[in-house]
Design a protein around this ligand. Structure first.
Ligand SMILES: [Fe+2]
Length: 332
C-alpha cells in the first residue's frame, strides 16, 4: 500500500505555556539561571525566549495555583494550512475555537488533544526585534549571546503524559501530520508506553508517555536546547550552585540519543537541558521500537533514571498506582 501523502501543514513547535505557583522564583530560574530574555509581561504571564529564538516569545510563564502545562502552540506552514488543520480538528469534536492570538501571534485555532492538553495552531508570528543593548554583531542572529547562566539557545520539545498513548499518538500523526520517530512498546507490542514525534527534522518536538497515575492533561517535561554536551555539564554546575534539584543526568538516553539534564524549576515543573540527539530527514523513516529488554532504564550510559521520573509529573496527583510520590525539594 502506498504511504499517505504527508500533510506538511505544521511547521514547528512555536511555544509552550507553563503554570507556576511561584512565578517570581520560576522567572529567576528561566531568566537568571537558564539565561532566557523577558520579551513581554501581561497580567499573570511573563513571555520569554532563548537568545537564538527568532520569534517574539517561545515560553509563557503564567502564575497559577499548581504547576503544569498551559497552551502548547504550533506554527502552521501557511495561512491556508492553518485553515485546513482547523477544519480537520473541528470535525473530530476536539476543537475549542478561534482566538485573536496570544502575544506575538496572529489568529489562532485552539483545541484539545484526546488526553485533554490545550493546544493551538497559528501562522502569523511577530519576529523578535532586539533593543540596542541586545543587538548582535552577527547579522543572522536575533540577539547577542549574553553568556548569562546556562545560555539556552531555543525551545526544543516537550513530553506530555497521556492515559492512552496510542490514541494521542494517532491524533498527532493524522490530524497534525507529525512523523513517528521512536516508540517504547511493552508486552509483545500490546502496551504502548511512549511515542516520540516531530513535524521537523528535529528528532522529536512532541512525546506522549503513559500517565502511570491515571491523570489527564499533565506535563512530563519541557526541554530547552544548548549547542553541545559541555554546556549541559556546565548547566549542572550552575543549577547545583543555586540549590536547584537535579533529578537525573547529565547522561545519555538510548531512545533519541539525547544528552540530558533534568531539574525541577522552582514552580515544580520538570525542565530538561538538552543537546546531542540526531536529525531525521527521510520521508519514509521507519519508526524505531524498543521493547522491555531493549529499553532498559531509558539510559544508554550513565546512572539509571530514578523512580520519580516515572511517578512525578505536573500537576502532581495522588495516583492509582503510586508507589513513591517524591516530595519537591524545599531548598531553593
Ligand atoms: Fe526530553
Amino acid at each position: 500500500m502506498a504511504a499517505a501523502e504527508p500533510l506538511h501543514n505544521i511547521a514547528h513547535l512555536g511555544g509552550v505555556e507553563l503554570f507556576t505557583p511561584l512565578p517570581d522564583r520560576s522567572l529567576w530560574y528561566f531568566h537568571d539561571l537558564l539565561g532566557m530574555e523577558v520579551a513581554h509581561t501581561a497580567g499573570p504571564s511573563v513571555y520569554l525566549r532563548g537568545y537564538g529564538d527568532h520569534a517574539a516569545s517561545t515560553l509563557k510563564l503564567t502564575a497559577a495555583a499548581k504547576p503544569g502545562v498551559g497552551c502548547v502552540s504550533w506554527r502552521a506552514m501557511s495561512p491556508a494550512a492553518l485553515e485546513r488543520r482547523a477544519r480537520a480538528i473541528e470535525a473530530t469534536g476536539l476543537g475549542v475555537g478561534w482566538t485573536n492570538g496570544d502575544f506575538g501571534r496572529g489568529r489562532s485555532y485552539r483545541f484539545h488533544d484526546p488526553d485533554g492538553h490545550l493546544m493551538e495552531i497559528y501562522y502569523e508570528e511577530q519576529k523578535f526585534a532586539a533593543p540596542p543593548e541586545l543587538r548582535s554583531t552577527l547579522k543572522n542572529q536575533p540577539q547577542k549571546y549574553t553568556g548569562r547562566g546556562v545560555g539556552v539557545r531555543r525551545t526544543d520539545h516537550l513530553a506530555l503524559l497521556a492515559g492512552d498513548v496510542g490514541r494521542n499518538r494517532q491524533f498527532a500523526q493524522e490530524l497534525l501530520g507529525f512523523q513517528l520517530r521512536e516508540q517504547v512498546i511493552f508486552e509483545g507490542g500490546k502496551n504502548e508506553i511512549g511515542s516520540w514525534m516531530s513535524p521537523t527534522a528535529v528528532h522529536h518536538q512532541l512525546a506522549y508517555v503513559v500517565d502511570v497515575k491515571g491523570g489527564h492533561g499533565r506535563l512530563h517535561h519541557f526541554s530547552l536546547w544548548v549547542d553541545n554536551r559541555e554546556d549541559v555539564l556546565r548547566a549542572a554546575d550552575i543549577l547545583a550552585e543555586n540549590g536547584i534539584f537535579i533529578e537525573a543526568g547529565p547522561s545519555k538516553h538510548n531512545n533519541s540519543q539525547g544528552f540530558y539534564l533534568y531539574s525541577y524549576e522552582p514552580g515544580g515543573n520538570r525542565v530538561e537541558i538538552y543537546s546531542g540527539s540526531y536529525l531525521v530527514f527521510a520521508p519514509d523513516w521507519e519508526p524505531v521500537t524498543w521493547n522491555e529488554q531493549e529499553r532498559g532504564t531509558g539510559t544508554y550510559w550513565g546512572a539509571a533514571l530514578p523512580d520519580s521520573f516515572i511517578q512525578y509529573a505536573t500537576p502532581d496527583i495522588e495516583g492509582k498506582e503510586t508507589t513513591v510520590a517524591p516530595k519537591l525539594p524545599v531548598f531553593f
